[in-house]
Design a protein around this ligand. Structure first.
Ligand SMILES: *[C@@H]1O[C@H](CO)[C@@H](O)[C@H](O)[C@H]1NC(C)=O
Ligand SMILES: *[C@@H]1O[C@H](CO)[C@@H](O)[C@H](O)[C@H]1NC(C)=O
Ligand SMILES: *[C@@H]1O[C@H](CO)[C@@H](O)[C@H](O)[C@H]1NC(C)=O
Length: 412
């Protein structure tokens, strides 16, 4: 069944199509424009008409045939949506508006392919934990229902954490809606989240196997809407210092160039983990040196194997591993080569400009902080926004096969 708003949309599209169709022009049978233009139009009319034609062995008029295939497309095409995501300063994180509850309460969430909880700042937090964030208040939503006895508790790779209790409510992202999404409301957040004044929570897009709700694990928003989507995918088109988009259920051809190269995902740890085929710097030769990494929209930088990060910064005049930061810094006037990474036989480029991530310290314009950093020996690379925003990325749940990630070039 189509959600009501989709029926309205379908009706609108059909009306346009019918008036342009030869069937309408030649006024064949009962295929009348007023019926089609009716906003409450249901697909039965033309379907009935077609059945009648077929029953009596009449070839379908060309217009009706076209109309029916268009209808079929519309009704097979179940759902898709697109949500704009806006970066914070220096592309620290990308925030996307999400509507929760009835009437909708809009919160700006960080879509995170590296975790699987949808949690929000809430009216249950102590005032000292809130510094301007929008709060979800379940008592103001007529559709909110508490999940009795359920709790959640999450710690992220950057030492931040949060925990709380669980409600179910309507969640709408860019036009795609799920009526009983687990909305994990925070009763405690760590200081990192309190300081992050524009971020009202996270929307996890990793695999549901790592959702932290107990005693009964919950599904991610993506897993919940999956069977209603045209295609079992979501895509990330993040941009350098500019708003990008997350699309659900659709691969928008206008957002990339050339082909999409797919690679299998190992979801055993709950992440979108894949094999990077190798790397290269600037115009140097590509080295086939595979390593594992996760595609993580919720991480700002790209944390790559230490030896590769070291080799990269040896190409940068004056770069050093700052012992205090445990991170690579370099003189802001040094030229940064591009970083090339491989997926299958395809090669993608992170422009040097992206790797000049930011000043180390606002008060010192001479020392810059690198966008590529060594991973902490955790066994896989964390390929965050620095890498993801240089390509168009398809997260394909592959309902009948292994999940996979697709990468394509785009205009940067
Ligand atoms: C959340 O988990 C952390 C460790 O993973 C633990 O120290 C903390 O007590 C837990 N908090 C709650 C409220 O369960
Ligand atoms: C890399 O190659 C391109 C063309 O292939 C050239 O325009 C560019 O100057 C080269 N860059 C360096 C650093 O050699
Ligand atoms: C690197 O970025 C800083 C600002 O973050 C800028 O001042 C500097 O000129 C940039 N360096 C290069 C080589 O583009």
């Amino acid at each position: 069944m189509l959600p009501p708003n989709k029926i309205a949309l379908a009706a609108t599209v059909i009306a346009g199509l019918a008036s342009a169709s030869p069937a309408h022009k030649h006024k064949i049978g009962t295929f009348s424009a007023p019926q089609i233009r009716n906003p409450n139009f249901k697909a039965h009319g033309p379907a009935q008409l077609a059945r009648t034609y077929i029953k009596y062995g009449v070839a379908l008029p060309e217009g009706l045939q076209k109309f029916l295939s268009a209808l079929e497309e519309l009704f097979n095409k179940r759902d898709s949506g697109s949500a704009k995501t806006t970066p914070e300063k220096d592309d620290l994180e990308y925030l996307t508006p999400v509507s929760i509850g009835t009437p909708p309460q809009v919160l700006n969430l960080d879509f995170d392919s590296g975790s699987s909880d949808l949690w929000v700042f809430s009216s249950e937090l102590p005032q000292s934990s809130v510094s301007g964030q929008s709060l979800y208040d379940p008592s103001k939503s007529s559709t909110a229902e508490e999940v009795q006895g359920a709790t959640w508790n999450i710690s992220y790779g950057d030492q931040s954490s949060s925990n709380g209790i669980v409600y179910r409510d309507v969640v709408n992202v860019g036009g795609v809606e799920f009526k009983s999404q687990a909305v994990e409301i925070a009763t405690t957040v760590s200081s990192q989240f309190t300081r992050d004044t524009n971020n009202d929570g996270l929307l996890g897009l990793a695999f549901s196997s790592i959702n932290t709700v107990q005693p009964q694990q919950e599904k991610t928003f993506f897993d919940n809407i999956l069977s209603n989507l045209d295609a079992p995918v979501w895509t990330a088109d993040l941009k350098y210092h500019a708003p990008g988009t997350y699309d659900f259920g659709v691969i928008d051809k206008s957002k990339y160039t050339g082909d999409i190269t797919y690679t299998d995902v190992d979801q055993s740890d709950g992440f979108w983990m894949f094999d990077v085929a190798g790397y290269g710097f600037g115009n140097s030769t590509f080295k086939a040196a595979p390593f594992k990494g996760i595609a993580d929209t919720g991480t700002t930088l790209a944390m790559i194997p230490a030896e590769i990060a070291g080799a990269y910064y040896r190409q940068v005049k004056g770069a050093k591993l700052d012992s205090q930061q445990g991170a690579y810094v370099f003189p802001c006037d040094s030229v940064l080569p591009d970083f090339i990474f491989g997926v299958g036989n395809a090669r993608y480029t992170i422009p040097g400009k992206f790797i000049n991530y930011s000043l180390l310290d606002e008060s010192d314009p001479t020392t810059c902080f690198g966008g590529l950093q060594p991973d902490m020996g955790i066994g896989f690379a964390i390929l965050g926004d620095i890498l993801l925003k240089s390509t168009f990325v398809v997260f394909d749940a592959g309902t009948e096969s292994t999940p996979r990630l697709g990468f394509a070039k785009k205009t940067l």
